[in-house]
Design a protein around this ligand. Sequence first.
Ligand code: FA5
Length: 516
Amino acid sequence: MEEIDRIINELHLYEKKVLKSLESSKKSLTPEDVVNAQKLDIKSVMSAAGSLASKDIILVIKDVEETLSLSDDGENYAQEGLPERKLLNLLQQEGSVHMKDLGVKSGLNPSDVKIGVGWLVRKKWAKINQGEVTITDNGKEMADNLQEDEKLLSSLLEKGRISLNSLDHDLQQGFKLLKSRKGLIDIDKNTAHTFILTDKGQDILAKGIVIQEEATQLTHQQLKLGEWKSLKYRGYDVKADYPEFNPGKMHPLRRIIEEIRNVFINLGFDESKGPILESAFWNFDCLFQPQDHAAREMQDTFYINNPSHSQLPDENLVSKVAQAHQDGGVAGSEGWGYLWEKEVARQSVLRTHTTSVSARFLAENEPPLKMFSVGKVFRRETITYKHLPEFHQVEGIVAGDEINFRNLLGILKEFYKKLGFEVRFRPAYFPYTYLSTECEIYLPEKESWIELGGAGMFRPEVLEPLGIETPVAAFGLGIERLAMIRLGIKDIRMLYKSDIGWLRKLPITQGVDIED
Ligand code: FA5
């Protein structure tokens, strides 16, 4: 369809009526002309004209006219004369009069005397010396002449209303003076509009427009009887500009967390939670992490002052953990071979990994089991593009007689595949697992592999004290790093920046849909 036909097809009936009026007048029109010619109300005419103007079909010229008229006070002054004029008349006869006698001699009330004296001085018609008010030469000269403000007052008295634009230079000066005296002049603002056809408008009229009723809302009847087929409809511009729309949406990190939870729930895992403020016992000792392990150092772990110590679980578990550290406690293990201290295990820390949740879960549940947990962890890290001091992990364990390392790799592969990633595994070391692995993904932007998570089979030294007799596959994966790759951002800090521009640009949904 030709552009001009498309525009005509999309014109509203009222827009067509405004154009028709302009066609018959062949020149400019006022909204009132259209109202009369087309029997439309002024609101509809103005809105149709605004729409036509936004499409460059007509121009809407705005002309603001200010009209002056006298207020009641102004009319009084116009009839009686301004108070300073009355005082000037008095001074012209007497030369000078003392302030205190002005009221009596002029017949003015005290408030008008005050106003009058003020203006006498301002207009330089009189001077005041020690209470004596004396006429000046200027005053004498003005005795028989009207000042501009007085001229405007009498014009307004005579004509009723005067347009501000029509005032000559003198009367404009008069207006300035009168405007500074409150409440004498009323100003009415009147905006006059004129519609003028543009070239585009003329082209449209040259093509011809037909005024015809259009269907806006279809009735049940019309639909049922098929009458809708013969009705006339207005075209819609599906490419029209629309206002920017920023609906509320879930933060992308939160969304990915929900997505991850969903994957594990669908794989049949139970969800568990644990405390963020944790004892070193559950965070380290229970996981066979020796008490002099580097990760426990102050520079890696946040220790809490208040409460500085946490409660330990029942003595049976504590003593078994102590034994595992000291001499292995299980067949074939020598432990770490040092004297385990309760006080060190009682220290309060912000958990450094969610593996503490897995340890707690194993202490309370019997295999077979599948558990996952999502939560915040804290580490004293130097912040970089891939390191935060506070981040989320998703942790999981699968326990059962048949579970082995191969199953663990399968679970992780499946998990990452569901999120759209292909990962590689490489051997790793954790004090609490054997075999151990780390999964990594390639970051093209950094031309390097980035580590996404650690995993392994819990060691007997971990399982024995907890009373678990089946193999347990365990993993702990970083969520922010996943989010970083998923969202295509080069810096992990972006996730916590609340950059509203970036957040707005992100699609409302991304990747796998969340199922409830
Ligand atoms: C652990 O935290 C182990 N608990 C994982 C584990 C669980 C191993 C169970 C074996 C059995 P690691 O310190 O590597 O491992 O951290 C796991 C993941 O957390 C990392 O691969 C990384 O994706 C993420 N991560 C680690 N440090 C940071 C950090 N500072 N900022 C953001 N993400 C981090």
